[in-house]
Every structure is written in C-alpha cells, then in structure tokens.
Design a binder for this molecule. Sequence first.
Ligand SMILES: Cc1cc2nc3c(=O)[nH]c(=O)nc-3n(C[C@H](O)[C@H](O)[C@H](O)COP(=O)(O)OP(=O)(O)OC[C@H]3O[C@@H](n4cnc5c(N)ncnc54)[C@H](O)[C@@H]3O)c2cc1C
Length: 402
Amino acid sequence: MSLPESTTVLIVGAGPAGLTAALSLAHHACRDFVIVDAVVEGQNTSRAITMHAATIEALASINAADGLLSRAIKGKGIRVATRSSEIIEARFAPLKEHTVLGQELQSLGVQVQRPHKVVGMKQNEKDPRITDVSFEDGQVISARYIIGADGARSTVRSIAGIGFSDPDGPKLAGDPIAQIVNADLTFDREPVGVQTIEGHLNATVSSNGFFFLTPFGTRFNAELTRDGKPITKPIFRIGCAVPLKNGEPPHAPPREYLQNLIDAYGPVCISSDPSINPTPVKVDQLVWSTLPWAPCFAASISSFPNMVVPPSRKAVLSLYACTLRTAKSFSSYNFRNYFVRRTKETFRGMQTEQDPNRLSQAYNDAVKELSVLRRSAVVNQLYGGWRLAVEEQSDVRTRGDT
Ligand SMILES: Cc1cc2nc3c(=O)[nH]c(=O)nc-3n(C[C@H](O)[C@H](O)[C@H](O)COP(=O)(O)OP(=O)(O)OC[C@H]3O[C@@H](n4cnc5c(N)ncnc54)[C@H](O)[C@@H]3O)c2cc1C
C-alpha cells in the first residue's frame, strides 16, 4: 500500500511503544500522524508474560486500558518457588497486550501501514524542520516529528545518533536475564500441580536464573492458533532464562529445545522426567516461541569521558541547577518530591567531597543520571495523573503538574 507523501508525525514501529504513542496522539486529538511497521500483521507477537500495574495506569490515562483488562487474565498472584519449596506469594496481573492496543487504534479509525521498513532519514533540502524518511521499497515520507518506536535495535535511533546506555552499566556476563526464551505450548496430558492452576504466575528460581509458567486455560486457544491446527488442550506460557553457558538459544526454539529447558529449570509438575515427577508430561503442541531477548547493553558508557581533572565548582552548580529543574518537572507529586530530595542529597555530598577522583566519579554519575531523569520526566509528563489529596486542591479536578 502506498504511503502519504507527508505527515506531521511519523511513528516507526507498531509494538507496544508505537501503538501506545499512536493512541496517545489520538487521545490528545492529534490525527495528523502515520504509523508504520516493517512486518506484516501478527509477526511481531507479544512476548509479555505479565504487565505491571503502572503500565495499566498509564494506558488508563489515555483511555486504552479497558479493552486490555476485559481480555486479560487478572492474576490472583505470583508464586516464587524453587523446585522443592515455596519462597513467596504476591499479587500480579498477566496480560496479552499487542492485539488489544492494535484493535483499540483501529476502532479510532487508524490503520497501521504494513509492511513498511524504514531504512533512511535525512533533513529535507528545502525545510530544515522537516525530515525525509525513506523506506525499503523506495517510498519517502516527509515528517515534522518522528517517533522511533522500532524496538531495541532501533534504526531511527541509530540514524539520529541517539545513544542508549544502561544506567547500571554493562553487566551481561552475570545477568540472569541476558537471554530469555518465551513460548506458548500444550502438554500431552494435563499436568498435575499447584502451578498449573489458572490465575497465578509461577516463577521457579534456581542458581541458573528463573523459569516462568503462566497457565492460560483454554480461553485464548482460538486466538492463539495461527497455523490452522485447532488447539483443544489448555495452553501454558513459559519464559525461561537461558544461562549464557548454554550458548545462544536458536531463533524460534523448537519443541525439543523447550522440553530440555523445562526438564532442567521448570517446576517439577511439568517435567517429563519420571524420576522427579510422578505424573510426567511432554510438550505436545508448540503454538509459538520467541526469538530470544536481545539486550542492547551498549558499551557506550565510555561516551562519558573519564575526567582526570575534577569538575569546577561552576560546573557542579550548573549540573545541580539542571538536575533540580528536571526533578521539579515531574508531573507526579511522589516522583517530583522524591527526585528533588534525592538531587539535593546527591549534590550536598558532592559539596563536601575533598577527594578529586571521587568528586569526578560522582560528577560523571550525576551527568549520566540527568540524562535518565530527563527521559523519565518526559514520560511522566505524558502520563501525569490527577492531583493527589496531599497537594493543594482547586475547585476543579486538575493534573498534578498544573
Ligand atoms: C522474551 C521476552 C519476554 C518479555 N516479557 C515481558 C513481560 O512479561 N512483560 C513486559 O511488560 N515486557 C516484556 N518484554 C519486553 C517487551 O516485549 C518490550 O519491552 C516491548 O516489546 C518493547 O516495545 P517496543 O514497542 O519498544 O518494541 P518492539 O515490541 O520490539 O516493537 C518494535 C516494532 O518496530 C518494528 N520495526 C523495527 N525496525 C523497524 C524499521 N526499520 N522500520 C519499521 N518498523 C520497524 C518491528 O517490526 C516491531 O513491530 C519481554 C521481551 C522479551 C524479548
């Protein structure tokens, strides 16, 4: 399908971030936007096992949560256990997000344009405020704003030179979630065990990482079936952290690979090993399995130069002023107060620091934190809620930042 020649906002990527951005624009009465995705419908399925309550709250602020909640399994809880004993039980809510957000957008009359893969971006020759975005098939859209919602290995971000560095630093080697495999599957017979009861997310932890099991029952069978083969047995979603020592998982791991993961790391009740499970079960149908988690822990931490000379007092004060301004720009009362307090504490510590190396380190850390804080403040402004009871009230209900 051919794309329009120009638009105010071009959203690249129709994953959760792109779809939410589109719903957000529509909610705020901006209709002059185009949303594109590189793949055809259904190829980039949801990898989520659970959705955090804060995500639902953010979606609710743009009226996009109801459809999701009506089709979600509202979690009764999360159970964390080892293979032999229970550790903790807490509340959670497993959901399935992509399709619902896409349908929500469709109901507002917006269609994701597929398959259109962005391959280039350059400033428009006549108007420097406009960017010409080119696609694999040769089409070009001129847009005033571009939202790069094209995932972890974003083309838009890399062409625009927007770096990303994990604020906690590169830590791939010891990270238990460095590579994760997700899959929906059925078993040859119904597994027996407390972890198979619908409504709970079960995490089995071990020294190798963790294994998630979410029983879906049969309620999603029709919508999860893609290859035309009907599925009648209950579907289970699994998520397994694959230890780095096992090597990289294959793309769309097959049944045998998943069976091995289950037997090695899953809860006993879904193991096929009769020596540990009195009612052993085997993977029967594989509905889908994901490509593994591909973290982009950019090694660009080094883009913040190691300062040998300690920062000047003027530089520290200027950074303090900037950080405080950013902290105060949070919409939500709780975030705002927390970050203002934290900023003051951090810089008070820097004021009394005598060691030049430690001062340099603290300064560099504060620079990194500022960039994270800025991003977080913008997101918080987009989804700022109503004033809390502890804030000064006016006659009409107002947002926390008005
Ligand atoms: C194994 C696994 C398990 C996870 N489990 C959970 C969970 O339980 N709960 C949770 O909240 N999150 C979970 N996540 C994280 C969640 O999937 C991501 O945070 C989320 O998908 C990020 O959304 P996104 O829209 O930024 O990117 P993506 O979902 O990656 O979407 C990016 C979109 O952009 C498109 N695109 C890419 N390049 C281009 C291009 N050049 N031109 C046009 N389109 C392009 C892609 O086709 C894709 O549709 C999990 C992730 C993985 C990998």
